[in-house]
Write a protein that binds this ligand. Sequence first.
Ligand SMILES: [Zn+2]
Length: 283
Amino acid sequence: MLWAGQNKHWGNIEEGTQFWLELGINHVMVKDYQDTPLITREGELQLDTFEKLSKLQEKYKVKYHFHPCNLVAKKTYLTPAIKEAQPILKGFLKDLDTIISDHGFYPLITLHLPFITHQRYKIDIDEKSALELSVDFYQDLDLKSRLALETMHDPYKNKKKPNNNLLGYKPEHFTKIIGEKNTQKKNIGLCIDTGHHNMTETPTQDFLELPYPIYSVHLNGNNWEEDEHALPNYLSVRDFKATIKAIKKCEGPIVLEIKRNNYSKNQIKECLDYWKNLASYEA
Ligand SMILES: [Zn+2]
């Protein structure tokens, strides 16, 4: 099993990498964050970030994979659910795919599905057309890296951000986008986010029954009302058994996707050992 940390909330990427290494973790998921911007305002690759990360990979003998969450460029909101944005995003993903293989980054890109509502970006797209446009976009992609599409919470269930909602909360979203038996897109799988599953009507198990590989797990907990990215445990992760199944089934990084908060290194280590144990013993 491939256990991983994340860079967000760790400030500087180098310090974050060292932190996880001290816990025996040599894999880090890199998000668009402070000193690691991944996408420019125009929707292109932020090349200097990748140069820097490539050097750090060598220096620390670690692997990075990328989670450019929503493919949001700062200047305009870019999403596959907006037709004009599709060529820009395709260009970004193609370039990212190339840089991943050229620099030996871990060949996985984890993405959220498009927003259907977003307060700040003034988005309000009906679910049906967002889904149709997403199907066209993903079915037409041809990448060497694996693509993991992340499971999301139900609309309006995140009490802290009730007006920011995305596709990805129903199994059928994935069935449509990734395709059924004959049309199934190779190299596209799921990323199971346990924090998001606390805020959905659909049990995690229903997503596990989809005929797709699980390419990543985002392991984190919350109070079932907001996406706190707290330490995952028996109380903060609702679908506990299904989560263990997801971890066992996962073919890629299991990311401890937590906020730094005031957790001590020891608390994080205990949490990690706890899940490693569960995943190795539970039937
Ligand atoms: Zn996540």
